[in-house]
Design a protein around this ligand. Structure first.
Ligand code: CA
Length: 268
């Protein structure tokens, strides 16, 4: 189907002219908006939707239609690209086509369900309705079947985003650890772990730069800024306690890694 065909189809319920929700959300202003890499989604104003779709006509029509509806829209034409985007940017919802050039969207659905609370709406072709069943079993929040109307899709997106816990950008999963940065809670394989204030601050610091080395100086500044620490081994004591609480084998940590002579890194 041509782009014009898609637009006609998915915008038909709105008529030829689609009014923006308010002046600040004009399509031009939204189209010019740049993604905020890694800054966390959910500023409350514009939920960020990742559209994983390989048909250019759908991508363009959805980008335009959802932008007009007040969403920030990112696109990915392959599973590989979608995984890249999701690593870089927090999204509030993923609209996930099943038939993609490099595999099945259902694989990504499974991955997302295991590692985040980012809700997924599965998009299936009418001829593959079995995908819907599998998608819901894999944790998809909802589904739409192609061809669908924009009005129906937007209603489903809004409904999913209203569900409690749907947009939880502050939650980070690191291996078997489930860390809620806002709620300041940690669970390990589902079991809550009690951390002191500074233990949590240290973990949060490492989580925010996951995979990167944080220097000892940076840790000390962040945790004990303005405090005259007579002995910087206090930091090592905190690292040791964190490992005892979070690692299977604190002597051979998988998450909280010491980078000798430099600092620490969170892996997993
Ligand atoms: Ca497709």
């Amino acid at each position: 189907m041509s782009l014009a065909g898609h637009l006609e189809h998915i915008q038909a319920p709105y008529g030829a002219r689609v009014a923006p929700l308010d002046a600040d959300r004009s399509p031009a202003a939204l189209a010019g908006a740049t993604p905020r890499p890694g800054s966390g989604s959910g500023d409350g104003a514009r939920p960020r939707i990742l559209v994983v779709e390989d048909e250019p006509g759908y991508v363009e029509a959805l980008t335009l239609g959802l932008t007009v509806e007040g969403f920030e829209v990112l696109g990915a034409g392959t599973l590989a690209r979608a995984r890249e985007v999701l690593r870089e940017v927090d999204c509030d919802l993923v609209l996930l086509d099943v038939m993609l050039p490099d595999g099945s969207g259902l694989d990504l659905c499974r991955e997302l369900h295991a590692s985040t609370r980012t809700p997924v709406i599965v998009v299936s072709a009418r001829s593959q309705e079995v995908d819907v069943v599998v998608g819901l079993e894999l944790g998809a929040a909802d589904y739409v079947t192609k061809p669908y109307r924009l009005r129906e899709l937007v209603a489903r997106i809004r409904s999913v985003l209203r569900r409690p816990g749907a947009t939880d950008a502050s939650r980070v999963v690191v291996g078997d650890l489930d860390i809620d940065l806002e709620g300041r809670t940690v669970a390990r394989r589902g079991v809550p772990v009690v951390l002191s204030r500074r233990e949590f601050d240290l973990l949060a610091l490492l989580v925010e730069r996951r995979g990167q080395v944080i220097t000892r100086e940076r840790c000390l500044d962040a945790l004990w800024w303005g405090v005259d620490l007579a002995d910087t081994r206090t930091l090592d004591t905190h690292v040791k306690r964190l490992r005892a609480k979070l690692e299977d084998d604190p002597a051979q940590p998988r998450h909280l890694i010491t980078v000798r002579g430099v600092g620490f890194r969170l892996d997993g």
